[in-house]
Design a protein around this ligand. Structure first.
Ligand code: GUN
Length: 273
């Protein structure tokens, strides 16, 4: 079993991004909006800022109160869309519940949408055009598979989870690389049977769901889930104790997809349109 080392791979990507940024005449500047008090969101934003600093990308965090109105948030985005010195805009999710997330995402200029969440970027991906940006987490997963030369074309891939942030774009990106993709979710029957037939499993659920004794020989399991378990330990979707030794590759939590997501976001943030 080979461990997909996201920490090491992400450092390589960050080094490349740093080199590229150092050659740019116009410097990238990422604006991050953090609205409300979600503790995980605050940690993610800190990590994104740290990575941006590491690669020489200017970042500005705009903090807004939990009580911020949707209108105020939208006005801030319109302002950032217009600013020539701001090249990337990221609105950290989740947002306070009274704010319509879709309205906020749709307000971001697609050319500054480093998350790849706007309808133009999502739509381009789904009709086979090149989006300005691919969503960071699935792009990070693909980068990790590529680093280990794991073939995707013609393979059977199972994606568990259908979120707009991970599951759906992950399926699209695997499809773009000519995998045969099955998307599983909370209404899917016999998920284990599907996992057992997969060459590539990407799980993005946030609870222990992949516990097959009989995964396919030499398959690749990518664990996107990250949460604190009842012992306050960082945990993923895959129960390693239940996974057969015949698995080919597995990504650990922590140190797998987490650092890849950040590196992938920095890769996006270094692009200027
Ligand atoms: N919240 C959880 N994941 C993400 C992400 O990739 N982007 C943003 N903006 N918010 C998130």
């Amino acid at each position: 079993m080979i461990i997909l080392d996201g920490k090491e791979t992400s450092q390589k990507i960050l080094n490349n991004v740093r080199e590229k940024v150092s050659t740019l005449d116009r410097k990238p500047h990422l604006a991050v909006i953090l609205a409300g008090n979600n503790p995980a969101g605050k940690i993610y934003v800190k990590n994104k800022q740290k990575a941006a600093w590491q690669v020489g990308i200017r970042s500005t965090v705009i903090e807004m109160e939990e009580t911020v109105s949707e209108e105020e948030l939208l006005d801030k985005i319109y302002e950032l869309n217009e600013r020539h010195d701001v090249t990337g805009i990221l609105v950290q999710l989740p947002l306070p519940l009274h704010i319509n997330k879709n309205n906020v995402v749709m307000a971001i200029s697609p050319k500054k949408d480093v998350d790849g969440f706007t309808p133009e970027n999502v739509g381009k991906l789904s009709i086979g055009l090149e989006p300005y940006f691919y969503p960071a987490t699935p792009q990070g997963v693909i980068m990790l598979l590529d680093e280990y030369n794991i073939p995707i074309e013609g393979k059977d891939a199972v994606v568990i989870g259908r979120s707009n942030i991970v599951g759906k774009p992950m399926a699209q990106m695997l499809l773009k690389r000519n995998a045969t993709v099955t998307i599983c979710h909370s209404y899917t029957k016999e998920i284990e049977d599907k996992i057992k037939t997969a060459d590539i499993v990407v799980s993005a659920v946030g609870k222990k769901i992949v516990r097959c004794k009989m995964v396919k020989n030499n398959s690749c399991i990518v664990d996107v889930g990250i949460y604190r378990d009842s012992n306050n330990q960082l945990s993923g979707d895959v129960d390693i104790d239940y996974i057969s030794d015949s698995v080919g590759y597995i990504s650990p939590v922590p140190g797998g997809v987490g650092p890849m997501t950040i590196a992938s976001l920095m890769f996006n943030s270094s692009k200027i349109y």
